[in-house]
Design a protein. Structure first.
Length: 115
């Protein structure tokens, strides 16, 4: 199994920035895929950004110019740098890992963008 622990959420004003962290219990090099998803109230969970074990990345179109996903293999941690945040970015953000064809999710971290 893979345990994932997210952190870094909080309240931020529009235009501000936040960095989310997802610490994995296994070496990132052994995990095929790690991604950040989000779910706003009344909406379906959606992909924000993902990074494969080889380093390739993928982003939702509406976020590719503002968000950056990157990892620190030494810390077994994947990060999501979020810039120019908007009220519509308010959601619970979840980390997902795919390991040995199984999907694992973190508990989520709340991001609220409001003045």
């Amino acid at each position: 199994q893979v345990q994932l622990v997210e952190s870094g959420g909080g309240l931020v004003q529009p235009g501000g920035s936040l960095r989310l962290s997802c610490a994995a219990s296994k070496r990132l090099s052994s995990i095929n895929y790690m991604g950040w998803y989000r779910q706003a109230p009344g909406k379906q969970r959606e992909l924000v950004a993902a990074i494969a074990s080889g380093g390739s990345t993928d982003y939702a179109d509406s976020m590719k110019d503002r968000f950056i996903i990157f990892r620190d293999n030494a810390k077994n941690t994947v990060y999501l740098e979020m810039n120019n945040l908007k009220p519509e970015d308010t959601a619970v953000y979840y980390c997902k890992a795919t390991w040995l064809q199984h999907a694992y999710w973190g508990q989520g971290t709340q991001v609220t963008v409001s003045s």
